[in-house]
Design a protein around this ligand. Structure first.
Ligand code: GLC
Ligand code: GLC
Length: 813
């Protein structure tokens, strides 16, 4: 069952009924001003940091779901009837409801009693504001007299404090209203130099800024008293809950349309110019007024929208593929790339499942996100890498998370997640391969943001690698610390106290529990770092990295192989985890995928055996589960993983993030059929037809799909902000389609299904457009290349200086 359909030509997903199983959301903004918006106009906005600069309020986990949004009410002045064209909050039975989620915008509307209305929401490039283009049309035979009420609820900036500190917050709210523009200035009088504003292009007949005045006592968003009565109260918020609402009166002839432009924005003033006149308490609006005046003009709003479209045309033009599989094309060309932008911007901070107040940017997560993002905006990727490096600790370890606004490491979570530092090597390597910009390695970056501690980025990579060498356990495998990639495998935690954080509670010394996963990651990072060192003119150092990497490969074979698959770890007692000897959790996906991906066991068949075991024990029709058998009880020595009921999250859920590791591993053993088959099982577009089972958005990946041990097998959760986005993009584009940036040029080594006759692709790489045509002439993966008609040795192409476009013919035999 479906709740809508894809419109690929417009790069939109069109939701055709409002009661989706869960709110299906989209992101507005891609630089500094952001919002999330659901298919019924729920959601909120923030500037840079969803915790520290929340602009509008949202109530997570409300009943019903998804309250707080960018609401518009229409009131028929003759009948007194009112409704919301976006369905929520009034939930009237409207006709022709549709929500078009597109690239950085959403258009939501419907028709009620002959009045069609829809709103397109987007954030213009390079501005800290959002535009709502509201259009209403009278399809009746008779004139219509309408009132249009807008409404947003302001957040008192710090979303955590806003949701908890009522003894103070009920007394701090302040607004100004000038020329119909509502300015939210809570705390501006003291330490803030920023304010929000809400403006409307038609002269309002009235306004409200005090929530209780607008809603009326004991009423919700579905029945505001002001709307019911048809009259705003012109309330001025003092304390309590400031909102922004305008009432606009319209008379529409039959067939007539009108547009209203609304602006919701964020603005900062220089500290010494906050007030106008100086010495007063009135906001200085000199610099914001021109911005407001500009975008309230419908033509300027439209021009800004066109610019946004052109921006996305450019981004999505970097890689465009045409394969025999429409689900592959749609994800690669549109939605997966789009999701990679969202994960880059948000990390794991703000979604329908991440409340924006918990995690900031994760060190491990953000480095992996680069794999799917770097080609889109290398300059921002570069900045991100340097920000991440600045939260590395002198030990080579790293803060697990940092706040995007302050760029400071998060002390509550701290470090000692022993996989973290290696992801920096993986991220930097991806950047170098994409851009060829080796200068980044000389860029100074501090440790722990300490001024004076700056060292070239390259030294950060050296320390990352050394970090593990200095932390080896009894078998010579890396000590796990608080956790490795699997945040829930907490082998030093031993928590039996409710409420303790599994990630930060450490009751063991941490000198015994080892991770085979980190070992695999180390092998890969060692190879990447060696390649970097070699090209930096440090052959001895490069050789050393290769030696250490090979040594670890040996240790994995000796102590990390269980006979038919790779072990997962050793616990605090030195007992095996992920072994046939275990009662539960005998085989884990992470090490099968990652060890093979790192090249371990490719020559002697261990890799193939590990993958056979995955197929036999972990693969399901909805994707590959994380481990089997699921943990049926809580194991003190394992931590959070065994706290989840079987089939959910890390306890044998289909954790979509690591499925692509197996997909890549399958390409490494040359099995394109298996790789693409696994890819398709979790491809959201391919799952659209079972939206009633999958339940999350069919246009983006979710972090997890319930595994076969769960009652809701096949049900997705935690959509949008997941490493799944980058890893799947990377797996399909670089390993199955095989179009892979390499240090020396663009490598082309497809491992596609046998039944595919080939495919076409356009890839912009280091300023050159590569038009790639792949033709299958035999059943294998052997590649013969020619560029502009001339045969090329090997599988790497690089256009000559001055060329802007080349065509590459690829023959597979
Ligand atoms: C979440 C975390 C990620 C972690 C994964 C597995 O996706 O964001 O850092 O690797 O869970 O626990
Ligand atoms: C929880 C989640 C896990 C996530 C972690 C981040 O443990 O289950 O997926 O990675 O929190 O702190």
């Amino acid at each position: 069952m479906q709740f809508g359909h894809f419109d690929d030509a417009n790069r939109e997903y069109v939701i055709t009924r409002p009661d989706t199983p869960l709110p299906w959301i989209n992101y507005l903004g891609c630089q500094a001003y952001f919002g999330i918006i659901s298919n019924t106009a729920g959601g909120y906005s923030f500037y840079r940091d969803a915790r520290l600069r929340r602009i509008t309020r949202y109530r997570y986990n409300n009943v019903p779901f998804d309250f707080g949004g960018r609401y518009i009410y229409l009131r028929d002045e003759e009948s007194g009837e009112f409704w919301s064209p976006s369905w929520q909050p009034t939930r009237h039975d409207a006709q022709d409801y549709s929500c078009r989620h597109g690239m950085g915008y959403s258009t939501i509307g419907s028709t009620f009693r002959g009045i069609a209305a829809s709103t397109r929401y987007f954030v213009p490039l390079d501005e800290n504001l959002e535009i709502w283009q509201f259009t209403v049309t009278n399809h009746r035979q008779t004139p219509a007299t309408l009132s249009v009420f807008s409404c947003i609820e302001f957040c008192l900036w710090d979303a955590q404090d806003d949701a908890t500190n009522f003894q103070r917050n009920f007394s701090t709210g302040q607004v100004e209203i000038e020329d119909g523009v509502i300015y939210h200035k809570t705390e501006y009088r003291e330490r803030r130099d920023h304010f929000a504003y809400f403006a409307c292009s038609l002269a309002p007949a009235g306004f409200d800024t005090q929530r209780e005045a607008f809603l009326g006592p004991y009423r919700g968003w579905d029945k505001p008293l002001a709307v019911e009565r048809g009259a705003s109260t012109n309330s001025v918020a003092h304390g309590w809950s400031p909102i922004g609402s305008h009432q606009v009166k319209l008379a529409l002839q039959p067939g007539e349309s009108r547009q209203i432009v609304y602006l919701l924005g964020y603005h900062e003033n220089p500290r010494d110019q906050k007030f106008d006149p100086p010495g007063s308490q009135t906001i200085n609006k000199k610099t914001v007024k021109p911005v407001i005046a500009k975008y309230l003009q419908p033509s300027q709003a439209e021009a800004a929208f066109d610019k946004l479209r052109a921006y996305w045309d450019g981004l999505l033009g970097i890689l465009d593929v045409k394969t025999p599989d429409p689900h592959t094309d749609r994800m690669v060309n549109i939605w997966n790339a789009y999701q990679c932008m969202a994960t880059f911007n948000m990390s794991r901070s703000a979604s329908f499942y991440e409340p924006g107040i918990g995690r900031g940017l994760g060190f491990r997560d953000s480095n992996q996100d680069l794999l799917g993002f770097v080609q889109m905006d290398p300059a921002r990727a570069r900045e991100r890498i340097l920000d991440l490096a600045a939260t590395q600790l002198p030990s080579g370890g790293a803060y697990h998370q940092y706040q995007p606004l302050t760029k400071r490491g998060n002390n509550d979570v701290g470090g000692n997640f022993n996989d973290d530092p290696h992801w920096l090597i993986i991220g930097v390597s991806a950047y170098l391969k994409e851009t060829g910009d080796w200068s980044i390695l000389d860029e100074p970056a501090p440790y722990d943001n300490e001024t004076g501690s700056e060292q070239p980025l390259y030294e950060h990579l050296q320390r990352s690698f050394r970090y593990t060498l200095e932390r080896l356990g009894p078998h010579g495998l890396p000590l796990i610390g608080r956790a490795d990639w699997n945040d829930c495998l907490n082998l030093n935690c031993f928590s039996d106290t409710p409420g303790q954080s599994f990630q930060t509670t450490t009751n063991k010394e941490g000198k015994v529990a080892e991770s085979v996963f980190i070992a695999g990651l180390f092998v890969l990072a060692g190879k990447e770092l060696a390649a970097i060192a070699q090209r930096r003119g440090l052959p001895a150092e490069a050789a050393n990295y290769l030696t250490e990497s090979a040594k670890m490969d040996g240790v994995i074979r000796q102590h990390g192989w269980d006979g038919e698959w790779f072990l997962r770890a050793y616990d605090n007692f030195g007992h095996k985890i992920g072994s046939k000897e275990c009662k539960e959790g005998q085989i884990f996906i992470e090490t099968q995928g990652f060890c093979v991906l790192a090249g371990i066991g490719l020559e002697d068949g261990l890799a193939q055996r590990a993958l056979d075991s995955v197929r036999a024990r972990l693969a399901t029709k909805h994707g590959i589960v994380l481990q089997q058998p699921a943990f049926s009880e809580y194991y003190l020595n394992l931590g959070e993983i065994s706290s989840y009921p079987p089939g959910y999250k890390e306890n044998a859920g289909i954790f979509c993030h690591n499925n692509p590791w197996v997909i890549i591993a399958e390409t490494q053993v040359g099995n394109g059929d298996a790789a693409h088959d696994y890819y398709s099982r979790i491809n959201p577009s391919a799952r659209e037809a079972i939206s009633d089972v999958h339940r999350c958005e069919p246009y983006v990946y979710s972090q997890m799909i319930a595994g076969r041990d769960a009652p809701s097998f096949g049900e997705a959760k935690n959509s949008w902000l997941t490493g799944t986005a980058a890893w799947n993009y990377y797996a399909i584009t670089q390993w199955i389609l095989g179009i892979r940036p390499a240090f020396e040029g663009l490598q082309i080594a497809p491992v596609i299904p046998q039944s595919w006759p080939g495919f076409d692709a356009t890839r912009k790489f280091r300023g050159v457009t590569y038009r790639i045509h792949v033709k299958r002439e035999g059943p294998g993966n052997r590649v013969a290349l020619s560029m502009d008609g001339k045969p090329v040795q090997g599988d790497i192409v690089l256009a000559s200086k001055g060329q802007t476009a080349v065509s590459v013919e690829v023959t597979l035999t």
